[in-house]
Every structure is written in C-alpha cells, then in structure tokens.
Write a protein that binds this ligand. Sequence first.
Ligand code: MF3
Ligand code: CO
Length: 256
Amino acid sequence: MRLHEKVKIKTPHEIELIKASGDILCACHDLVAQHIRPGISTLELDKLAEEFIRSKGAIPSCLGYGGFPATCCISINEEVVHGIPSAKRIVKEGDIVSVDCCVTYKGWVSDSARTHIVGEVPEQVRKLIDVTKECLYLGIAQAKPGNFIRDIGLAVQHHAEKNGFGVVRAMVGHGIGRNMHEPPQVPNYDTGFKGPQLKAGMVLAIEPMINLGTYKIAPLDDGWTYVTTDGKPSAHFEHTVAVTDGEAKVLTDGAT
Ligand code: MF3
Ligand code: CO
C-alpha cells in the first residue's frame, strides 16, 4: 500500500459500482454459509464461492493476489486470517470458521469477512464472535465526515478490551476501490496518530480481528496463515463501507 498517497474520493456512480460488487460478495457469503457444516472441506467451500462469483460475471480478486491460491481465505479457530482452503481441511463440530473474500466487478473491488459457528461452541467463544461483530458496527458508526481514521480504531479497541479480548494489531483495514488495498490504513486499535480526516466519498474496508486471548499473531510455515500465538480462537468481521454526508453506507450487506 502506498502510504503517502492521498485517499481517493469516489463519485456516487463509482460507489454504486462498488455496491454492485458488494451485492455479489454478500450473496457469495450467504451461499458459503449455507454449506458450512461438519464434514465439508474448506476447498469445497472455496470452489462454491469461485463458481458463484464467476457465474455473476465477476472475478474472485483474492485468487492470485500476491500469489494467494484461492478465492476465499478460510481460517479456523486459532487461525486469524489468510487460511488457505484445502481438501484436507475438514470443518468439524465446535469449530469457528472465518471466511474472508473479495470480488471485482466492472473493475471495482469489495471485501468482506464473516465468522461462522459450527454447532455448539463454549459461551466465551460465542461472546467473542458477538463482540467482534459489535466492534465492526461500532467502527462503522465512526466512519463519518469530520472524524479521523483514529476514531474507528478507538471504538473497536474500547469495545473489545472492555470485554477482555485482544485486538490484532499486525493486520489492519484499508481503503478500497479499483484496488483491493488503497490508502489509508484502518487500524483497529489506537496507534496514537489521528490519520486522515474522513470525507464523503472515501470507501473503507473496516475489519476487526479480535482474539479470545492475546492480540499477538504469527505466520505459519505455509507463508499465508496467521495464528494466535496462544492458540486461542480469533474472530473476524469485515464490511466495505462508503463515507457519506451522514451515516456510513455499508456496501457488502446486501441491503437494498
Ligand atoms: N480481506 C483480506 C485483506 O484485506 C483479503 C486478503 S486476500 C489475499 O487482506 F489474497 F491476500 F489473501
Ligand atoms: Co480487507
């Protein structure tokens, strides 16, 4: 990401195109969600997503991005992000499964992630997932003109830590548009810097990654997957949102 570059302002028409991309992505997530159950492999889930995206005339943007080999990042339990789908990785009862996916449609990228519960999980894991989703929406609520990027991270961190959870620092949200990753970075914690001031027409991917235990993460030998260093589970929710004159508009929730 070119950090020195200014944050691009999108026109209302461009935001509509990102919304069209986001509608395909939302339907893709719904489809994958319907198929997550014990016994399915993460590669089968990925193939469903790829086929669906292509059937809509869109492109799976993660596939080949920086060499990533799949349509979705699918990360289970202590895996935080960028899990590689595999025929050998079978979903089982009691897992939490994070699916992170990007779609390019008519040249415009959308990005979102959801964490799913498979069957019964301990109460604290359910709470982790609820709180992570709440963190996303509290972050989105800060995405309004006059606020700064810092306000998003402050809101996310406050809510997560109030509940005793760790906020991943090594990975951040980002601007998005013609490219998956554009300026600015959108941290989920307080870096101490205000960052750019938000203006109508900015489009951001806000994506809290919240851990049951320590915020610390480390890469696996596969070169992609990040896991929590204490082996405790992690949750991830993400939406692509447009800053408007009023409340932020979520572009990846399928709203009409
Ligand atoms: N939503 C992820 C991100 O913002 C998408 C990663 S795609 C990958 O980093 F190809 F790099 F895995
Ligand atoms: Co993202």
